[in-house]
Design a protein around this ligand. Structure first.
Ligand code: ZN
Length: 164
């Protein structure tokens, strides 16, 4: 079965930055699942997936524009620590450079701490991978038809997808 609109794709990836060591490997956990053709995946990755099938492996290097977008140098925000996503209510010692998640209307979002004060945090709201050229080594694990429910939600359900 080939990857096209309304197929659910499961894949593993290894993400690296040219010139750097591998820094993220999905094989530590479950494969990622997404619904093809619904803007649920990086645009450059979705383009490269089209027409592939289970068992295919390939490598693709994406410029920032096709990955997490360019970095916006002015994108800092001062937030209250109470907006930090912290479901287990752990005591967090915030430090510059730390990646934390903020609660937003679109769910938790990764941001980087620039300055940590007692009552406020200055954070860089760029995605931590914004502005980077990234290489993905992809292995397609499974391709299947989406259910009507998945198509109406616009995302994949089950392992590696939305669990709700
Ligand atoms: Zn859903």
């Amino acid at each position: 079965m080939l990857i096209e609109k309304d197929k659910v794709v499961q894949f593993h990836y290894c993400l690296s930055e040219p010139g750097n060591e591998n820094f993220e490997d999905s094989r530590k956990g479950d494969p990622i699942a997404y619904l093809h053709g619904h803007n649920g995946m990086l645009p450059g990755l979705e383009e490269a997936m089209a027409g592939k099938q289970a068992g295919d492996t390939f490598s693709i290097t994406l410029e920032p524009e096709k990955a997490y977008g360019p970095r916006n140098e002015g994108a800092t925000q001062r937030v209250s620590p109470k907006h930090v996503y912290n479901p287990q209510k752990k005591k967090i010692k915030f430090k510059p450079g730390m990646v934390i998640q903020l609660n937003t209307n679109n769910g938790p979002q990764d941001v980087v701490v620039i300055k940590a004060g007692l009552k406020s945090l200055d954070v860089d709201i760029n995605h931590p991978l914004a502005g980077k050229t990234l290489t993905f080594d992809i292995e397609i694990v499974d391709v299947r038809d989406a259910t009507d429910e998945e198509v109406s939600h616009g995302h994949a359900h089950g392992v590696g997808g939305h669990q709700h």
